[in-house]
Ligand binder design. Structure first.
Ligand SMILES: [Zn+2]
Length: 474
């Protein structure tokens, strides 16, 4: 979609229930300030955090716990599937039947979490803790908050008798954090029938940004950069360190890496990053604002682009493929000339870049035929998902209702998520979540992971409105 159409889309409105009007009026007994569905969301979240789903343990127990809740809420057994390659690694796929007017919509999330050690944390990472306005625990932000959110809303919609105009499929999967062996890839290969959909919503990847305590931006993820690593290696015949020669494996490698350090891949914007900078400019002032507008011109204003990329590692990563040395190894003894020296260079390619192009560029920049460059694992490619009007509209509308003044923008993730496999399989994916988090305090995968309590409940309410809007007659 071009920018002109995007602007038209921006102003089209459709009927979305007002979130403040749809909050269930009843409150629960042990948390009197919470509505019934807030209490349910909290209970599910609590349960999920306290089920350890790290790689060694697997996510089956968490999947089973969600199955129990869905069955109790009236989802028929045939619409709830526990499938996967191993008993400890079962993915949950549930289908909420609609009237079949449109093709299904798929929501995806992962149940697994990154390892967390008690001694590294201020408290037990697998005990759900509510403290000073936050929920703490491994997975609170990545991403059991969203898992609890989607399960709560399925149960709520069911109990309200809502009939969507398309099937709503929810896949809560395994092994997002630790590789491609299971989860969405396994489902695509083995049970594509369960998750076939017109498009998918990835519950991570999008969501709201808080800066200095204020919500500022709502992101819709439409694409992500592609991860690929290379090994640089120099071999040398070595010798005694008392008789050094100029041709030294470590020096050669270091010189090649220094040339790489000074190199920048060309700047290239796509539909998503163009829209991102266009909208980001609206929140900025002065030089940054004019630079953001200047890079949208063809050809790109290089001086403006250089100022932006120098000012922010994030802007830089959005505008180009990046390659950076991340590991270094060399030599075999303190008193010997090195026989080998090697480094790992990790690249994050723009979604329309190619491994061949990156490899050729690295060889050209390093400019030393004695530095052999070998590609490590084959990257998992995934195209950009074209902006969808309904996704954009509904996120815009709900954001305006719930957080007025917050800009909505499509984004390209600089990291990688499960969305790329679906995109590669021809199912466009949009990262959407109503949960806001502080962009200067990211604790996913880290110590004392947490999510704001208000942000969690608001996110659940947002998703309720979003699912309804995406699956209701216009
Ligand atoms: Zn995650």
């Amino acid at each position: 979609m071009n920018r002109a159409i995007l602007y038209i889309v921006f102003f089209i409105t459709i009927a979305i229930p007002n979130p403040s009007a749809v909050v269930f009026a009843q409150t629960s007994e042990d948390h009197p300030a919470l509505t019934v569905y807030q209490k349910l969301a909290r209970d599910i979240f609590h349960e999920l955090i306290e089920i350890n789903t790290t790689m060694n343990v697997g996510s089956t127990k968490a999947s089973e716990a969600m199955v129990m809740r869905l069955k109790a809420a009236g989802f028929p057994e045939k619409d709830i599937q526990l499938v996967g390659p191993r008993t400890k690694n079962m993915n949950l796929v549930v289908r909420y039947r609609g009237n079949g007017t449109l093709r299904p919509i798929l929501f995806i999330g992962h149940l697994d979490v990154v390892e967390a050690l008690r001694q590294d944390w201020s408290f037990d990472p697998f005990t759900f803790l509510e403290k000073d306005g936050y929920f703490y625990g491994r997975g609170t932000s990545d991403m059991k908050c969203e898992d609890a959110d989607i399960v709560t809303n399925l149960i709520r919609l069911k109990s309200e008798g809502f009939i969507p105009n398309r099937d709503i499929i929810v896949a809560l999967t395994e092994h997002e954090e630790s590789g491609d062996a299971n989860g969405i890839n396994w489902l695509l290969t083995n049970r594509r029938d369960l998750i076939n959909a017109e498009f998918a919503i990835n519950l991570e990847g999008g969501g709201g940004d808080i800066k200095n305590g204020k919500p500022i931006l709502m992101e819709i993820q439409t694409s992500e950069k592609i991860y690929v690593s290379f090994q640089f290696e120099v071999k040398n015949q070595g010798g005694h360190s008392s008789l050094p020669v100029k041709d030294n494996a470590i020096y050669r490698l270091a010189a090649g890496l220094t040339r790489l350090a000074k190199y920048d891949f060309p700047i290239r914007l796509n539909e998503t990053t163009r829209t991102f900078f266009e909208r980001a400019a609206g929140r900025e002032t002065g030089q940054v604002r004019s630079d953001m507008l200047a890079i949208l011109k063809t050809p790109v204003d290089t001086a403006a682009a250089n100022r932006l990329t120098a000012s922010s590692a994030y802007y830089n990563a959005l505008m180009r493929t990046t390659c950076v040395a991340t590991m270094l190894k060399g030599g075999h003894a303190e008193n010997a000339l090195p026989q080998t020296a090697s480094a790992i260079v990790n690249c994050r390619m723009l979604p329309d870049d190619s491994v061949e192009n990156v490899l050729a560029t690295l060889q050209r920049v390093v400019a030393d035929s004695q530095i052999t460059i070998t590609q490590l694992a084959k990257p998992s490619m995934g195209p950009l998902s074209p902006l969808r009007e309904d996704v954009m509209n509904n996120v815009e509308k709900l954001t305006k209702l719930m957080w007025s003044g917050v800009t909505v923008t499509p984004v390209m993730s600089t990291g990688a998520s499960d969305g790329r496999s679906l995109r590669r399989a021809g199912i466009p994916v949009y990262g959407v979540s109503g949960i806001f988090a502080d962009i200067d305090d990211v604790r996913a995968h880290g110590k004392d992971e947490r999510i704001g309590i208000k942000e969690f409940y608001d996110g659940v309410e947002f998703m309720y409105g979003f699912i309804k809007a995406m699956t209701s007659e216009l």
